[in-house]
Each structure stands twice: as C-alpha cells, then as structure tokens.
Design a protein around this ligand. Sequence first.
Ligand SMILES: *[C@@H]1O[C@H](CO)[C@@H](O)[C@H](O)[C@H]1NC(C)=O
Ligand SMILES: *[C@@H]1O[C@H](CO)[C@@H](O)[C@H](O)[C@H]1NC(C)=O
Ligand SMILES: *[C@@H]1O[C@H](CO)[C@@H](O)[C@H](O)[C@H]1NC(C)=O
Ligand SMILES: *[C@@H]1O[C@H](CO)[C@@H](O)[C@H](O)[C@H]1NC(C)=O
Ligand SMILES: *[C@@H]1O[C@H](CO)[C@@H](O)[C@H](O)[C@H]1NC(C)=O
Length: 458
Amino acid sequence: MRGLSWQQLGGAVLLLLQGQVALSALSVQVNSKDSLANAGKEIADPMMDFYAQNQTEGIPGKLTDTWYIAGAMFMTLIQYWATSGVEQYNKVVSHDLMFQSGENYDYFSSNYSQWLGNDDQMFWGLASITASETGFPEVSGKPTWTSLARTVFNMQIERWDETACNGGLRWQIWPYQAGYTMKNSISNGGLFELSARLARFTKNETYAEWAEKIWDWSASSPLILTDKWYVADSTSNENNCKDSGNNQWTYNYGTFLSGAAFMYNYTNGDEKWLKRVNGLLESTFATFFPSTYGGNVLSEVACEPIMSCDRNQLGFKGYTAMWLAHTAILVPSTAERITPKLQGSAEAIAKQCSGESENLCGETWGKDTWDGMKGLEVQMAALGGITSNLMLLESKSPQTIDTNPDAAEHHIDNNENSSKDPTKAKPIETADRAGAWILTVMIAAGAIGAVGWLIKTQ
Ligand SMILES: *[C@@H]1O[C@H](CO)[C@@H](O)[C@H](O)[C@H]1NC(C)=O
Ligand SMILES: *[C@@H]1O[C@H](CO)[C@@H](O)[C@H](O)[C@H]1NC(C)=O
Ligand SMILES: *[C@@H]1O[C@H](CO)[C@@H](O)[C@H](O)[C@H]1NC(C)=O
Ligand SMILES: *[C@@H]1O[C@H](CO)[C@@H](O)[C@H](O)[C@H]1NC(C)=O
Ligand SMILES: *[C@@H]1O[C@H](CO)[C@@H](O)[C@H](O)[C@H]1NC(C)=O
C-alpha cells in the first residue's frame, strides 16, 4: 500500500552511502488478511532465525539468558497462526511449548525453577490457554493445553500471600531473590488474566472467583488506582504496600485490561467489568499512544524515546496489542475506539520493519525509518502488532470448551511440594535469571528508599 516516502528515500540513500543494503518498508494493508498474513510471515521468518541461533545448547524453547521470552513468542505465534492460517511454525511451537512444560508438566522445570519469578511461569500459562482458545492441535499422549494452564494457575494461587498487604502475589517466588519482598502488577495482572481466560474457556467458576479476588486485592493496593485508572508497576511489602514504583509499562495495563474484558464477556456483560474495561482502555490510550506519533501508534513510553528498553521491555507492546484486540472482540462496544489505534500501529510497524537485508524490525514504531534495533524481541513485538490486526479482521471469538472439547481440563500430578518448599531449591548464580525487571526494581526501591534487600541478593 505504501510506496517509499521522501524520508524513507532519504534514509535509504543514507544507508546505501554507509554501505548497507536498505529495503523499502513492508507492505501492509490493514484491511487485507493476505497483506497482514504476508507481513506477519516476513517478520516471523527472521524471528525464527534468531530463535534458532539463540537456543541454549539446542534445548528446545530455552533461550540464552532468558526463559519466559520463548513462551511469550509461542503465545504470539499461536495467535498469528490462528488468524493468518500460516501453519509453517506450528510444529516447532507445539513441540517446544510442550517440551518446556518440563518433567512435571507445570512450566517449573527444576532446570530453571530456582530463579523463576511468578511472571516468568505465567507467560507459559498464557501461551497454553491461547492454544486452547484458538484450537491449536493437542499433542497426543500429553496433557491438554488447558491442563497445563490450569497447573500454572493452581501453583500460583498456592503462592497467594496473606502475610503482607493482606494478599497478592509476590513478584519472585523464593526469598533469596530480589523482588520477593514486593508485589507487582505483571505477576498479579498476569494471574488475573490467566484466571479470567480459564474461567471463560472452561466455565469453571473457581477461576472466576479467583479473578474477582485478584482484581479486588489489586484495586485495593496502589497497583491499580481506580479513580484515575492508573496502573503502577510494583509496591513493597515492607511498607505494607503503601508505596509504589510508578514506571508505566504497556503490558501492566494490558493484562488487567484483557482480564477485565474476558470477565465482562464471561459474565455476559456485567456492568462492573465494562466500567473497568473502559477506564483502563482510556488510560491506556492516553498513556501509550503519544501525540508525537499522531496518537494512533503504540509506544513503550518509559524507555522507547531514549532507546533504553531492555530485552523484556522491547516485547511488551506486542502482547499489549494482542490484548487490545481481545478487548475489541470480547467487549464489542470498544472495537470502534481500538481499531484505529491498532491499524495506526500496523502501518507504523510496516515502516519500522525496513532494516538490513531481511526487513528487520526496529523498536520505535512511530519512526518512519528503521531505528537500528534488531533481535528476536523486536520481531516478536512487531508480529504481535500485525497479529492484533488479523485478530480484529477475523474477529473470531476465543473458543471455549463448547467448541473445543478436546481441550478439557484435567488434573496433573506435579509433585507440588518441590515448588512450595524453598529449602528444596538451592540458590544458584543468577546471571541467567529472567529478572529482567531490574530497572523497575531499582526505580521502585529508589522511590521508597529501601535498597538494602536489593544489594543483599544481587
Ligand atoms: C534441562 O537441562 C538438561 C541438561 O542440559 C537438558 O537436557 C533438558 O532438556 C533440560 N530440560 C528443559 C525442560 O529445559
Ligand atoms: C475447577 O478448577 C479447579 C482449579 O483448577 C479444580 O480444582 C476443579 O477440580 C475444577 N472443577 C472441575 C469440575 O473440573
Ligand atoms: C462476547 O464476545 C462475543 C464474541 O466476540 C460477542 O459476540 C458477544 O457480544 C460478547 N458478549 C457481550 C456481552 O458483549
Ligand atoms: C542472540 O540474540 C541476541 C539478541 O537478539 C543477538 O545480539 C545475538 O547475536 C544472538 N546470538 C546469536 C548466536 O545469534
Ligand atoms: C508432600 O508433602 C507432604 C507433607 O510433608 C507429604 O505427606 C507428601 O507425601 C508430599 N508429596 C509429595 C508428592 O512429595
């Protein structure tokens, strides 16, 4: 749809002068399934090359220096497959997503469990429930995708912590990890979203009760301020959850928003959830679609303007875009407001994915030319952005047990003791940890003047 703009030509000439090959932008027509599906493939192919190169010693689904990102990538690829019909990645996704459920089918393999946080495990749960909702084929002789998601849920609710702040999930699972003494939005919002999606898929009321409980606790803490629909990043137990780390991240808003959308739909239109959806939606728009880029392009505003996003933060926008699409589908009254934001983002992604010889994507969707960032995470975010438009266009309702009975939930006996008793897990060197949100932790810690525990455990 778009030819080269004058700026892009200028950029191209500049890159040629620098001896690099510059490609034109990807072609993206936001109202064409074929166009979006092709753009998704152009983005996914190099992503899968990065994936293959970055696996740790060839272990399926284990990327060097991170564990959860592969799970988030599979979540994205499943949603892409479901809306584009492109099947070529399914074999790898199916095998590697199942493989990482580990020896106990709980996404808590003893290879990694000593340094995982709740949010790390949660992303694999979301990938699994995405498989169920999209009718991703089950693996014969293995637990259903829903059963894997259910196991993550059951392990996480066991960690619900009443010893500080009257509830909530801690960020980290083990006392020796930085982040054990705080409660954060992605862990609580992530479990909230997982609960809401399990409720809607299985129609098992236990999940809905937990979704209510997690929302209520979060909204009673500084994590969600419902007067201005503000979502903080974290709050500390030592201070009885009176303070907050206030960095603004797209995915914190996205998890609470999508969970509320699933609950709205599950409850067949409860006004309470509609109010929450609309509140979070408007603040998501106001915070993450800056006027600098015309107001319709998603931006990770806490780090993107100064190109300081770490590998985790580079991925957030992609998940958020897909969760916005879920919201538009499950809460039809929001679709008209969400559509231009996701379409504007896809058109921007098309221009940003013009790096090097493979149309590599950068991070700043709002910029007209490639910003020079490259890697698996930025490809994944761009694929999420394109996929969100396929979701809107297809407008398929996420499936439930009625339409996908193969994905029924079953109990998995996963030797839960080993995950509950920290003395059974030994601290290890943390170079490999997912802990990712270190920047955020430091900011949160700085804000409350309590860095002692950070220094102690790092
Ligand atoms: C755990 O590590 C072993 C040894 O490197 C490896 O063979 C196995 O595949 C790993 N399992 C998972 C789930 O990553
Ligand atoms: C509902 O979900 C809970 C939590 O996973 C589980 O314990 C219970 O057995 C489920 N109920 C049914 C009928 O499957
Ligand atoms: C739930 O989602 C479906 C699928 O998008 C939609 O048709 C239905 O209207 C939604 N329910 C409510 C109460 O909005
Ligand atoms: C692994 O990924 C990182 C970040 O995307 C990249 O810089 C690095 O070159 C990759 N390693 C290999 C062997 O491709
Ligand atoms: C879990 O711990 C309880 C109490 O110590 C014990 O009775 C039970 O056998 C343990 N279960 C497993 C699977 O280890």
